[in-house]
Ligand binder design. Structure first.
Ligand code: SAM
Ligand code: SF4
Length: 409
């Protein structure tokens, strides 16, 4: 069985909830709900966290391993596009204006291609339309290849307070293998600028590259922690269908070796003050990514831009929001399964009361209890009256655990 560390869910926390296999019961447009007059009713979920994800689907070049939705476009008309984003925000504001925004995440693609002036415009628009929590986390993913002498200072000035840098490798041969368009020198310079201008920062690295040895990876990790980043996202390389790597026949690292690297990564990061708080994410409790926690904990969020989607609970119903303002209604059962899939990614697992508060269903009535007992006997999960979580051993087999728990009784 594949280790969970190699599963594609690992790096999809930016805005990709695992797709559902069943068709939605019905689709409706948000406008329909607005016109029924439900708009101004106070939502029972207003006390929960609420995030806005802004997806910028453009990149300078296409990386050979990447199957995220992104296009290589150099001369797009940014101002027109930004106005479309504001229109979409305005549209969704009509049904969520009572919510307090606790996080905003600019993801991609390469959102560091958006001008700082436009970033500021979007943040200002959000703060005018919603209550923006004074403690709101406002993150942006930046690529070192978009660096200008003032990029990071400008982004900080524009209102970004958490910067996630896509370094991916800390040696030249592997940057070349990954066909990153930044050099090691450019990575260092971006790291220096990010740590200078931000107090909250994260670094993305891809490991389990073919041929990578444990000792080489550990020396990269040594270097990474030396920079003092507050958060690390460390993803094992997956070879996705349709990518250039897949077409070239690049093979993922052998499973046993990849598992060893994953376990050693967890140990090293833990020993260096970065406990794992999600399958591929490491930070002390103060610096966990609050926006990504929304997805794993089942809170509501909007997704703006092509390639983004959201989740919203209103008046006891669940909606999946997709691009072009489409809204699909999810059944409580479908939402419950999503909560299980996402919640198991966290070491503390699923809080059964919280689960019930969100989807209205009793956790123990949803899962296959016979299978849960077997999983528990095999030391893959711990199942108490309050929580269900994967054990250390189970964390490597999350796909299997999810399949078993969600199977027919
Ligand atoms: C939305 S992507 C891109 C962010 C940014 N454009 C960049 O390239 O740095 C977020 C992260 O997913 C990870 N990623 C993308 N494709 C991957 C793959 N096939 N295997 C492992 N990690 C991957 C990379 O670490 C990347 O930083
Ligand atoms: S820059 Fe980032 S989003 Fe763009 S193709 Fe590369 S990995 Fe994908």
């Amino acid at each position: 069985m594949a280790t969970e560390a190699k599963n594609k869910w690992n790096y999809r926390e930016d805005n990709d909830v695992t797709s559902r296999s069943t068709a939605p019961e019905r689709t409706l447009d948000v406008r329909e709900e607005v016109s029924t007059g439900m708009l101004h009713q106070a939502s029972a979920t207003s006390r929960l966290n609420f995030g806005i994800y802004i997806h910028w689907p453009f990149c300078i070049s296409k990386c050979p391993y990447c199957d995220f939705y992104s296009k290589v476009v150099r001369h797009n008309n940014q101002d027109d596009l930004i106005n479309d984003y504001l229109d979409d925000l305005n549209y969704y504001n009509e049904i969520t204006k009572e919510r307090t925004v606790t996080s905003v995440f600019f993801g991609g693609g390469t959102p560091s291609l958006i001008s700082a002036a436009n970033i500021e415009k979007i943040i200002n628009f959000i703060s005018k339309k919603w209550t923006l929590s004074p403690q709101a986390e406002i993150s942006l993913e930046a690529n070192p290849n978009t660096q200008t002498p003032t990029l990071f200072a400008d982004l900080r000035q524009a209102g970004i307070n958490r910067l996630s840098l896509g370094v991916q490798a800390l040696n030249s041969p592997d940057l070349k293998f990954l066909e990153r368009t930044h050099s090691l020198q450019e990575a260092y310079s971006a790291i220096e600028q990010v740590t200078k201008h931000f107090a909250n920062h994260s670094m993305d690295l891809i490991y389990a590259r073919p041929q990578q040895t444990l000792s080489n990876w550990l020396s990269e990790l040594h270097e990474a922690v030396r920079f003092g980043f507050k958060h690390m996202s460390l993803y094992q390389l997956t070879i996705e269908d349709g990518t250039i790597f897949a077409k070239k026949g690049i093979q993922p690292m052998e499973e046993k070796k990849a598992t060893e690297l994953y376990n050693q990564t967890n140990q090293f990061l833990n020993d260096n003050g970065y406990p794992r708080y999600e399958v591929s994410n490491y930070a002390s409790p103060d610096f966990r990514c609050r926006h990504n926690l929304l997805y794993w904990q089942g809170d509501d969020y909007l997704g703006i831009g092509k390639g983004a989607h959201g989740r919203l609970k209103r008046n006891g119903k669940f909606y999946a929001l997709t691009h072009k303002r489409q809204t699909e209604e999810l059944s409580a059962q479908e939402r419950a399964e999503e909560l299980i899939i996402m919640g198991l990614r966290l070491p503390q697992g699923i809080d059964k009361q919280r689960f019930e508060n969100i989807c209205g269903l009793k956790f123990d009535n949803i899962i296959n209890n016979d299978k849960a007992n077997i999983l528990q006997q095999n030391n893959l999960i711990e199942n108490s009256s309050q929580t269900l979580r994967a054990t250390k051993k189970g964390f490597l087999l999350l796909n299997y655990i999810i399949e078993e728990l969600c199977s027919e009784q």
